[in-house]
Design a protein around this ligand. Structure first.
Ligand code: ADP
Length: 363
C-alpha cells in the first residue's frame, strides 16, 4: 500500500468513570514520518495510539488515514497495523505461522502465506529462525517476529506501543537503529509510543510531547530540545533550567522579571506586560561560572550535589526562589578547578541563551 498521512482532528477520549485520557488532540503526521508520542505515564499516549489503530473508540473528533475517515472502521479495515508491548505471539505456532497468521484469517492459501511470511522474516533478519517457536527465541528475536507479523498486512502506517521497553539497554539501542532503518526502507509512517526522551530524540522526525491528555509540543527533535514550548516540555526533555517570576519592568532590550524572594532577571521579549507571570528556560550546558555573575543573566548559587557523567559533570545548585538549577560543564573544565558541595558559585548565561516559555495547554 501507499504510505498515507495520518490526521487526528479534535479527538477526545473519555473512559467510563470520568477519566478524560485524551483531550481535544489534533495532529498531522505526514506520510513516511517516524513520529514518537512522548510523555510521562498516564498522559494519554497509548490511548491516542489505540484510537488510531481502532482498538479504542473515540468520544469526539475523527481520524483520517490518507483520504479515508477511519474513525468507525475496525482495525483490520484501516490500513494500519499495531505492534503491542507484550508481543503476544502464539506459543504453539512456529515463527513462520505466527507471522502468517493474519493471512490465514483472510483465507490466503498456505504456500502463498508462508512464502510472504518468509519475505517478512527476511526483512527483519529472522529467516534463519523460521521454524522456531516463541519460547525458543530471545526477547529481541520475539520482538522482530512481532514486527514481521504486523508488517505482513502491508500497512500504510505501523503503530508501536513501547516496542523497546522489554529489551536490555544494549539491545534497545540496536533494535532502535533497526526500527529506524526499517521505517526509511519501507517509507511508511511509524507512530511509536515511548516515555523515553532519549529514544524519541534518537528515532523521530516528529516528536509529540503529551501531558495530561494534551499535546504540549509537536516538532522536530532539535526544535523540541532547543526551543521547548512550555516549562513542562523543558523539564521533561531535561538539560534545561526553568526560572519563573513576574514581570517588573519593560526595558529597551525586553523585560525584567522578579523571582519571589530571589533575584531579578532579564528576558528579550516584547510580549509581556508589567505584572504578568513569565517562565524562561536556560540550557544547563550554557551556564558558566563567571565572577561576578552577570546582572540580569546570572546569580549566585549554592552547590548541593555533584555528579560525574563522563564527558560532563553535572552540578546541582540552589538559589532563592528557584526550584532546581543545574549546570553541566565539560569534565576537563571541572577538574581544572573543582568545586565542592556547599561552595557559593557565580553563575552566568548569555542573553541569547534565554528562551521564553509559553503557558501549558494542560494548565
Ligand atoms: P500512557 O500511555 O501515556 O501511559 P494511557 O493512554 O494508557 O497513558 O492512559 C491515559 C489515562 O487514561 C490514564 O489516566 C489511565 O489511567 C486512563 N485509562 C487508560 N485506559 C483506561 C481504561 N481502559 N479505562 C479507564 N481508564 C483508562
Amino acid at each position: 500500500m501507499e504510505p498515507a498521512q495520518i490526521e487526528i482532528v479534535g479527538v477526545t477520549k473519555r473512559y467510563p468513570g470520568g477519566t478524560t485520557a485524551v483531550d481535544d488532540v489534533s495532529l498531522k503526521v505526514p506520510a513516511g514520518t517516524y513520529c514518537c508520542l512522548l510523555g510521562p505515564s498516564g498522559c494519554g499516549k497509548s490511548t491516542t495510539l489505540r484510537m488510531v489503530a481502532g482498538h479504542e473508540s473515540i468520544s469526539e473528533g475523527h481520524i483520517r488515514l490518507g483520504n479515508t475517515v477511519v474513525t468507525d472502521l475496525p482495525p483490520a479495515k484501516r490500513g494500519t497495523a499495531m505492534m503491542f508491548q507484550s508481543y503476544a505471539l502464539f506459543p504453539h505456532l512456529d515463527t513462520t505461522d505466527n507471522v502468517a497468521f493474519s493471512l490465514k484469517m483472510k483465507g490466503v492459501d498456505k504456500a502463498v502465506r508462508r512464502a510472504k511470511a518468509l519475505d517478512m522474516l527476511k526483512l527483519v533478519q529472522m529467516e534463519h529462525l523460521a521454524e522456531r517457536r516463541p519460547a525458543q527465541l530471545s526477547g529481541g528475536q520475539q520482538q522482530r517476529v512481532a514486527l514481521a507479523r504486523a508488517l505482513i498486512t502491508d500497512p500504510q502506517a505501523l503503530l508501536l506501543d513501547e516496542p523497546l521497553s522489554a529489551l536490555d539497554p544494549f539491545l534497545k539501542i540496536k533494535v532502535r537503529q533497526e526500527l529506524k532503518k526499517l521505517q526509511s526502507q519501507l517509507g511508511i509512517s511509524f507512530i511509536h509510543v515511548t516515555h523515553s526522551q532519549e529514544e524519541a530524540m534518537a528515532l523521530a522526525d516528529l516528536v509529540v510531547v503529551m501531558n495530561k491528555g494534551r499535546i504540549e509540543q509537536a516538532a522536530e527533535p532539535r526544535e523540541v530540545f532547543n526551543r521547548p514550548a512550555t516549562a513542562f516540555v523543558a523539564r521533561f526533555m531535561g538539560d534545561h533550567n526553568v526560572i519563573a517570576g513576574r514581570v517588573s519592568k519593560i526595558t529597551p532590550s525586553g523585560i525584567e522579571f522578579d523571582v519571589p524572594g530571589g533575584a531579578t532577571f532579564n528576558a528579550p521579549t516584547e510580549s509581556f506586560d508589567v505584572g504578568e507571570p513569565i517562565e524562561i528556560a536556560v540550557r544547563n550546558d550554557r551556564v558558566k561560572f563567571v565572577t561576578p555573575p552577570k546582572k540580569g543573566c546570572g546569580m549566585t548559587g549554592l552547590v548541593q550535589n555533584i555528579e560525574y557523567h563522563g564527558q560532563k559533570v553535572q552540578i546541582s545548585l540552589s538559589a532563592p526562589g528557584i526550584d532546581a538549577f543545574d549546570a553541566q560543564i565539560p569534565e576537563s573544565e571541572f577538574f581544572a578547578k573543582p568545586l565542592s558541595v556547599g561552595d557559593a558559585v557565580p553563575l552566568t548565561w548569555a542573553p541569547e541563551d534565554v528562551h521564553i516559555l509559553k503557558s501549558s495547554p494542560a494548565a
